[in-house]
Design a protein around this ligand. Structure first.
Ligand code: SF4
Length: 241
């Protein structure tokens, strides 16, 4: 068997790290057998070792299945698929509607102004670590042009991947951010200001509805801030934190 040269190995490693980033990893899970089994490049590989972790591997498989997706027309205008980011084993998953311009540019969810607000809610309000304690994704993985709402066919094409993501992560709580996400997940028109703060079921997961951080930025009232605070308190209580 031919032993791969150093440059090929480094190239493979780089590709694999990019792949993990696309699958939502923000760090390499050192507790896995990744390093102990990778002593020889001939009989083991990082991909093989990662498969030992059922949940994490499932998320990788979901990303693999999504591939360079062209299942709906949103693929035509995107720069990057925004799969998700955070801890693939998180107890808490936030779900938005779809990526915006900043997210499309960077290939990461919630990185613009609304993303910063979400980070503030998670880190200052809930005293959690965004990358370690949560996973963040969207219903559609490609940016709708002009930030319009995703259409029915686009949601129908992409939503199975969200369900697969949740099944891979197995969070204890899912939070729908804003009316479009809440309405899509519950399959009906949700008056978010009335129904925020209430628990629902989504595919067997406990689902909390709250205001979208972008809405909070637009209507930065004490009432709205208190509403989100109160919703997140309920989430923390459910998580036992
Ligand atoms: S939005 Fe989803 S289904 Fe549509 S092209 Fe992007 S990844 Fe595929």
């Amino acid at each position: 068997m031919q032993i791969p040269d150093r440059n090929s190995l480094l190239r493979e490693l780089k590709n694999h790290l990019f792949f993990l980033k696309d699958a939502g990893y923000s760090e390499i899970p050192c507790e896995s057998d990744l390093f102990t089994e990778s002593v020889s490049p001939l009989n083991s590989s990082p991909v093989k070792s990662m498969t030992d972790n059922k949940k994490a591997n499932s998320l990788i498989e979901v990303r693999e299945e999504l591939g360079d997706c062209t299942r709906c027309k949103l693929s035509q205008g995107r720069k990057n698929i925004v799969f998700g980011s955070g801890n693939p084993k998180a107890d808490l998953v936030f779900v938005g509607e779809g990526p915006g311009a900043d997210e499309d540019e960077q290939g990461l969810p919630f990185v613009g102004r609304a993303g910063k607000k979400l980070t503030e809610i998670i880190e200052k309000g809930m005293l959690l670590d965004r990358e370690k304690d949560t996973y963040i994704c969207n219903i559609v993985k490609c940016r709708p042009p002009g930030n319009r709402d995703p259409e029915k066919e686009e949601i129908a094409a992409c939503n199975p991947f969200l369900i697969q993501q949740l099944k891979a992560i197995q969070p204890r709580v899912v939070v729908a951010l804003g009316k479009p996400a809440a309405s899509t997940l519950l399959g009906r028109n949700v008056p978010i200001t009335k129904e925020r703060g209430t628990w629902h079921d989504y595919e067997g997961f406990k689902l909390m509805l709250t205001l979208h951080p972008a809405y909070l930025l637009r209507a930065y009232t004490i009432e709205n801030r208190k509403a989100v605070q109160s919703d997140m308190k309920k989430v923390l209580k459910e998580l036992g934190r």
